[in-house]
Design a protein around this ligand. Structure first.
Ligand code: TXE
Length: 487
């Protein structure tokens, strides 16, 4: 398989480019060759996106919406194919990519496709005059994706951008080049003008070229805090708009009156979905003293039942980490946790066989890990590990846990489990995080804004809030009388 650029409605055939091999995390066998976009490709993508923008911006919202809705329908009809590509690229269980990744992308296209015709400005009555506002598109927007949710990220960025009348150039992560190309083809098949959604492949150098390009009006990144800061700095010279969806070290707080079984279910969801490679994960699980032992025993028992194995097996519940390098990074955190005095209660080892007895030594597998005897200052409790590593912390009072939960440079997400309705809201209102749950975790409906406080990001994705991120407001004053001039 060859992963090239998708520019002006078709895959490029010029493979005379820097390239590398894309590996399947499940066995580290090659999946194909990825061709890094060069300057010529970027210029071609910008020219084609500019052309598409000129026609797309003149369409009515309803016309744009129809293309988005058709794209969603096409994605759903290609669910099995795209889900398998995602699983091969990312290493996540097929059961997840079938149930979540592709449908979440389609949900975004349906939501913003349905909304496109309703995007409108305001009317303001003035003395002998009136004013109105027009939400106008920005132009070409660049989307830069991470490797954990490739098609979801591409659609979460493309759907609001295109609904608002922009065109988009999308760069997937260099580790997951496949499904953005599927999305690009789906847009074409749905009747989008060529160039409305172009894809360029490559690493951070291509991301930096997009950030610096004067023809691109906005950058939306999903990635690490370090990359977010580079993009923010790179965009500053042209005061380019940015949306940054970055990492986290989010708290999940379980009070003693919580339904323990539900809280354990949420802690598992908050840590082990997609091998723990989820930005909003609740990796600091604070449990109130009185229920600590029973919570922990249920958590351990259910964690040890998670079936780790070949991602493409429909029965697998946890697949392989994205790359050997990332596996080593996660193992490094586990070693650091042990060295700092935390107790590895279960997991955190590289299994030789999967849950069906197959040899999985060649893949990037790791069993789900739980650390106890953690302290807030330990590296494993402060840094984003981005792997299946859960840290349990014990607390006594509400006041104490709020202070400890907020003691982080991040602020992406948070969860609270309690059956006391007043406490649930009271606590969540004091937590410094942009995306919060009471009595659940990691549920991200397209209807709700998603994004972070503090160093976890800027701006919001999804919901009505995303419209502001992809439009600029023009105010128009209309005089109905004479010009009142002192001259
Ligand atoms: O992220 P990067 P990586 C976190 C997680 C993970 C770590 C590193 O902790 O372990 O980040 O992952 C592009 N200008 N998250 O290395 O490097 C890059 O090519 C413009 C959290 O994958 O931030 C890729 O497309 N673009 C996160 C994208 O940025 C640049 C999900 C993200 O890559 C660039 C993924 C530059 N200078 C990782 N440098 C989340 N929020 O969910 C790189 N890129």
């Amino acid at each position: 398989m060859e992963y090239t650029q998708f520019i002006d409605g078709a895959l490029t055939t010029n493979t005379n480019r820097e390239s590398w091999v894309n590996y399947n995390p499940a066995d580290n066998n090659p999946l194909g060759t990825v061709y890094q976009a060069n300057e010529e490709d970027i210029e071609a993508a910008v020219a084609s996106s500019q052309k598409a923008f000129q026609t797309w911006r003149t369409k009515t919202g309803a016309e744009r919406g129809r293309v988005l809705l058709k794209t969603a329908e096409i994605l759903r009809s290609r669910l099995e194919k795209i889900a398998l590509l995602e699983t091969q690229d990312v290493g996540k269980p097929l059961s997840e990519s079938l149930a979540v990744d592709v449908s979440s992308a389609a949900d975004a296209l349906e939501y913003f496709g349905g909304m496109a015709a309703t995007i409108h400005g305001d009317f303001v009555d003035l003395k002998n005059a009136f004013g109105y506002t027009r939400p106008e598109p920005l132009g070409i927007c660049a989307g830069i994706g991470a490797w954990n949710y490739p098609i979801q990220i591409a659609a979460w960025k493309a759907a609001p951008a295109l609904a608002c009348g922009n065109s988009m150039i999308f760069k997937p992560s260099e580790l997951t080049p496949a499904t953005a190309l599927e999305l690009a083809q789906a847009f074409m098949d749905a009747g989008a003008p060529p160039g409305l959604f172009n894809v360029v492949q490559g690493d951070g150098r291509v991301g930096a070229m997009l950030t610096a390009h004067p023809g691109i009006a906005k950058i939306s990144l999903t990635g690490s805090v370090a990359t977010g800061k580079k993009i923010f700095a790179g965009a500053a010279s042209q005061l380019k708009k940015v949306t940054l969806e970055l990492g986290g070290k989010s708290p999940l707080i379980v009070f003693e009156d919580a339904d323990i079984s539900n809280a354990v279910s949420a802690a598992l969801l908050a840590n082990f979905y997609t091998q723990g490679e989820v930005c909003s994960n609740g990796t600091r699980v604070f449990v109130q003293h009185k229920i600590y032992d029973s919570f922990l025993s249920q958590l351990k028992e259910r964690t040890e039942k998670i079936s780790v194995g070949y991602p493409a097996d429909p029965d697998t519940q946890m697949g392989a980490l994205i790359s050997k390098a990332h596996l080593e990074k996660v193992m490094g955190f586990i070693d650091a946790g042990k060295a700092a005095g935390a107790t590895l209660l279960t997991g955190g080892i590289r299994p030789e066989k999967d849950f069906k007895g197959r040899d999985i030594r060649s893949g990037n597998f790791l069993t789900p890990a739980i650390f106890t005897d953690c302290e807030d200052a330990m590296e494993i409790c402060k840094e984003e590990i981005f792997g299946p590593v859960l840290c349990i912390l014990c607390f006594d009072s509400e006041e104490e846990v709020i202070a400890r939960a907020n003691d982080s440079a991040y602020g992406l997400a948070a969860g609270v489990f309690t059956n006391d309705i007043k406490r649930g809201h009271r606590v969540i209102h004091q937590i410094q995080a942009g995306t919060c749950w009471i009595n659940n975790y990691n549920i991200t409906p397209i209807e709700l804004p998603f994004g972070g406080y503090k160093q976890s990001g800027l701006g919001r994705e999804n919901s009505l809030a995303a419209i502001q991120q992809y439009t600029q407001l023009k105010s128009v004053y209309v005089e109905l009388g004479n010009v009142d001039s002192p001259y």
